[in-house]
Design a protein around this ligand. Structure first.
Ligand SMILES: [Zn+2]
Length: 640
């Protein structure tokens, strides 16, 4: 809810870079395993069954576009067609990491086995014809010659292959990523003309910098690191007229400039920006980490909407109330950026952001059936399938492929990348995800720890976590205390734990006996974000991580815009009331100014049946709620 403070502080125009806090790095644990239950599991299973399993067969051009890249007449392509195969693989693999679904694994194995042989001899792995490989132009873009995002497509291919290799161990897939990197080095490393930045569409085509750092970590081949750094230097490139050719992310980020004011504030820029975090980590480079942190906080403060979605009209605008489309790809990029930020900073407020974006936007961008996702998941409006809204991307052989449909599942799968982390400083675990189910991973010292969570969170804040260890084991367990939970109760082994503060990790360092129980009660008191600008006079209501929305279909086809809601009257309804043809995750009842009762539901399922929904509501008595904008939500790194 960092943007809540944005609402109160946005009058200040000085962009002084925030103090850099000491980083507290977190890592993905070895031996990680996740078996979620509850609403997340229902979505993961639905998306697997109805989209990830049938997707490639229903859209065979996802692979065929590579097989016939040199056969005239050339396919009519989009600048970004080459991204589909890699984006799909990344998202589907991360869903697999969150479920270990054996059918999904088999399906992806077959997909990867069909994909790998389609790489060209020289390492090229795009859909464009030979003379146009990685040139940034092609003759067959939407019916005419035009710019191509060819290096961007290779970025997604490399990321997909590396993610798959990490999940299941597939050296052949990794070798294909290596061959792509070798080709990029051959074409662009050193004093080559043109430089990668000269191939245009630089928000997109400079993204390989990120994948090259990750591949360097796996292979230790120096040339990948060199090319990554060269591309990061090209972020600052200018043309003959002195105008920026690229986003200048490092210098502008380090100076504390707002992301929306950088030269390339489109969403694709977030992926090349991830190279700053990756380089900052492996080279222990404080400036690169600081630039990354500044850019991240700028987006959290000024461009992350009430539903956790990022972008307004496909780019940053410096206004969380902006009504431009909140594109699925943009929120996915924001989640990916935030996972890196959480691992870099160890700041639990970043995990709060990930939870907010996941529980509202990432779930909300899918039909609960899992069959389709959106292009735009607006704060107020309708849910529409991207198959319809951006149907211009459909092609023969790929009626359902577009930038968002191949990307959306990653939002759910990414939970596997932040749910449970290892704290490098303590060697213990840090728990971020409080949904029901099981999580497991190894401590830094190697011992395996399982955590079984029983809860109906986020419907209530009552969370019971059983610690599964083979024998009494001493380790530190960090528990995320959300910034919105001001009155948290915590007990371990039946004994109350004191001094539990919001926006911190509460670390319990002790010898854990097998079956020991952590009892956590988060403060689910409703709270309000009072709107400004477009939403002056309205408020957004939250319970825990859940944004509430009004859905006329839940209210006997009530008015489009309900009478003002008394913020003091919110009452969470029991689970049994949440059933129905379109079950809600959270269901709430409230009184309106005219004495009527309205029902509100979680943002994720609001409007799923095609009715209009609203998350900016007319609200009364907001100041009387336990959380209003007087509450000190953090909008920057902690100050020591
Ligand atoms: Zn998209």
């Amino acid at each position: 809810m960092a943007a809540i403070l944005a609402a109160t502080l946005s009058t200040s125009t000085a962009a002084a870079p925030p103090e850099t806090p000491p980083d507290h790095p977190l890592r993905h644990p070895a031996g990680f395993r996740m078996e979620p239950a509850g609403p997340l599991r229902e979505y993961l299973d639905a998306v697997t069954t109805n989209w990830l399993l049938p997707g490639p067969k229903a859209n065979p051009a996802i692979l065929a576009m590579f097989a016939d890249r040199d056969r005239p007449p050339y396919r009519d392509l989009l600048p970004w067609s080459g991204e589909f195969a890699g984006k799909f693989l990344t998202g589907a693999t991360q869903v697999y990491q969150a479920t270990n679904d054996p059918a999904l694994k088999r399906s992806l194995q077959a997909y990867v086995r069909s994909l790998l042989p389609l790489q060209a001899e020289d390492g090229y792995f795009g859909p464009f014809s030979k003379e146009h490989r990685l040139t940034g132009t092609a003759p067959n873009i939407q019916g005419k010659p035009g710019g191509s995002w060819d290096a961007w497509g290779h970025y997604h291919m490399m990321l997909g292959l590396m993610t798959w290799d990490e999940a299941v161990g597939d050296p052949e897939a990794l070798a294909v990523a290596v061959k792509i990197a070798d080709l990029l080095c051959e074409k662009f490393l050193g004093e080559k003309k043109p430089r990668l930045v000269d191939t245009g569409s630089t928000e997109m085509n400079l993204a390989p910098a990120h994948a090259l750092v990750l591949l360097y970590e796996k292979t230790r081949r120096e040339k990948y690191l060199k090319l990554a750094k060269q591309i990061v230097d090209e972020f600052a490139a200018t043309g003959p007229d002195g105008a920026p050719l690229a986003g200048d992310y490092f210098r502008r980020g380090l100076a504390g400039d707002e992301f929306f004011q950088t030269p390339k504030p489109r969403w694709e820029s977030l992926h090349p920006m991830q190279a700053l975090a990756a380089l900052g980590r492996i080279e222990n480079d404080a400036d690169r980490r600081k630039a990354y942190a500044n850019l991240w906080w700028s987006i959290a403060r000024l461009d992350r909407h009430n539903n956790g979605g990022f972008s307004s009209g496909e780019q940053a605008q410096g206004d969380p109330y902006h009504a431009g489309a909140i594109e699925t790809c943009c929120t996915i990029a924001w989640l990916a950026l935030s996972v890196d930020m959480l691992k870099q900073s160890g700041d639990p407020v970043v995990a709060d952001e990930l939870e907010l974006s996941t529980m509202n936007s990432a779930l909300g961008m899918f039909s609960p059936s899992g069959r389709w996702s959106t292009y735009n998941t607006p704060m107020d409006g309708f849910r529409q399938a991207n198959f319809h809204e951006i149907v211009f991307q459909a092609r023969p052989g790929s009626p359902e492929l577009n930038c968002c449909s191949v990307n959306a599942a990653r939002g759910l799968g990414l939970v596997s990348q932040w749910a449970l982390l290892v704290d490098d400083a303590t060697g213990g675990l840090v728990l971020n995800w409080y949904g029901p189910g099981k999580l497991a991973g190894r401590l830094k010292g190697g011992a395996r720890v399982g955590l079984t969570t029983e809860t109906d969170y986020p419907r209530s804040g009552r969370i019971r976590i059983k610690v599964d260890v083979d024998r009494p084991t001493k380790f530190a367990l960090g528990l995320r205390i959300p910034q919105w939970s001001t009155a948290t109760k915590l007990a371990v082994g039946g004994e109350t734990v004191a001094d539990v503060k919001p926006a911190t990790y509460k670390t319990i360092d002790r010898e854990w006996k097998p079956g020991e129980v952590v009892e956590l009660d988060l403060d689910m008191a409703p709270r309000v974000w009072l709107g400004e600008k477009n939403y002056e006079g309205r408020g957004s209501l939250y319970v825990g991580p859940t944004l509430l929305a009004y859905d006329a279909s839940l209210n006997d086809n009530g008015p489009d815009d309900p009478e003002p809601i008394d913020a003091r009257s919110l009452r969470i309804l029991p689970a049994s009331d949440a059933k129905g043809p379109q079950a809600s995750i959270v269901l709430v009842e409230a009184k309106t100014a005219d004495g009527k009762t309205v029902k509100l539901r979680d943002f994720a399922t609001a409007g799923a049946d095609g009715s209009r929904y609203r998350s900016w509501l007319r609200v009364e008595h907001a100041a009387a709620t336990p959380f209003s904008r007087e509450h000190s939500f953090r909008t920057g790194p902690p100050t020591e």
